[in-house]
Ligand binder design. Structure first.
Ligand code: AMP
Length: 259
């Protein structure tokens, strides 16, 4: 497995692999079983499995959130190796955003609702870094998690609007046995907070925004939003704060419920 730190190194690592199918799994590290499901899908369906490992400063608002984001690169590299990844791209912030950087991608409507409303600039950062990763790696397919449903929706729009030649594969949300969606941020929860966070999947499983809100508030969670999002398919999506940790989750309506 090659760990490339620069754009020229990752391009060189991929140069003689372009005759086969290249899959990219973009991550911010602190890898868990959710990431592992994406890596497994890439490994199973592509000739080359590439993973990016980059905590993208442009998608964080609060400096404290960026600085507190869990990082464990040595472990992440081992997880990637065990998953059969061929190439890890782990650039510095200066490699991705050198001095003078000034170009941004904005998905104006889908990027402004729900998460976008509560985290201004978040999807601008996500769209920009993903387009950069697509241009750097030039994958045939990129793998994303349903866990971040709005991210998928925003990126689908960007890919269509900017004529990016890329398939996007969406992998179902991986959950712990008790229903909590796996997230890099879960390590920040105290045992008491983690127990309260279980109200999030429970609330979303009702399929009803008002019932869901009552369950979340009843559990003492601060609700940023809980709403039926205009995604494909429509999705009950929520963001809550448990102490100082912010968690998101969603439950897509299946096609029977949609009609
Ligand atoms: P992150 O490192 O949090 O940016 O996530 C990298 C990718 O993993 C994104 O496409 C996420 O949607 C996906 N992901 C994160 N958590 C999960 C999960 N519990 N199940 C499936 N995919 C996930």
């Amino acid at each position: 497995m090659i760990v490339a730190r620069t754009i020229s190194d990752v391009r060189a690592a991929l140069a003689d692999r372009r005759t086969g199918r290249i899959g990219l799994v973009p991550t911010m590290g602190a890898l868990h079983e959710g990431h592992r499901a994406l890596l497994d899908a890439a490994r199973a369906t592509c000739d080359t499995a590439a993973m990016s490992l980059f905590v993208n400063p442009a998608q964080f608002g609060e400096p404290a959130d960026l600085n507190g984001y869990p990082r464990d690169e040595a472990r992440d590299v081992e997880v990637a190796r065990a998953a059969g990844v061929d190439v890890v791209f782990a650039p510095s912030a200066a490699e991705m955003y050198p001095a003078g950087y000034q170009t941004w991608v904005e998905v104006t409507e889908l990027g402004a609702i729900l998460e976008g409303e509560h985290r201004p600039g978040h999807f601008r950062g996500v769209s920009t870094v993903c387009l950069k990763l697509f241009n750097i790696v030039r994958p045939d397919v990129a793998f994303y998690g349903q866990k971040d449903a709005q991210q998928v929706e925003v990126l689908r729009r960007m890919i269509a609007d900017l004529d990016v030649e890329l398939e996007l594969e969406v992998i179902p949300t991986v959950r712990d046995d008790d229903g909590l969606a796996q997230s890099s941020r879960n390590v920040l929860l105290s045992p008491e907070e983690r127990a309260r966070a279980l109200a999030l999947p429970r609330a979303l499983s009702t399929g009803d925004p008002e019932t869901a809100r009552a369950i979340l508030e009843g559990a003492g969670l601060a609700v940023d939003y809980v709403a039926i999002a205009p995604f494909h398919p429509p999705t009950l999506a929520a963001a809550v704060r448990v102490g100082s940790t912010r968690l998101i989750d969603n439950a897509p309506f299946d096609h029977e419920e949609e009609s």
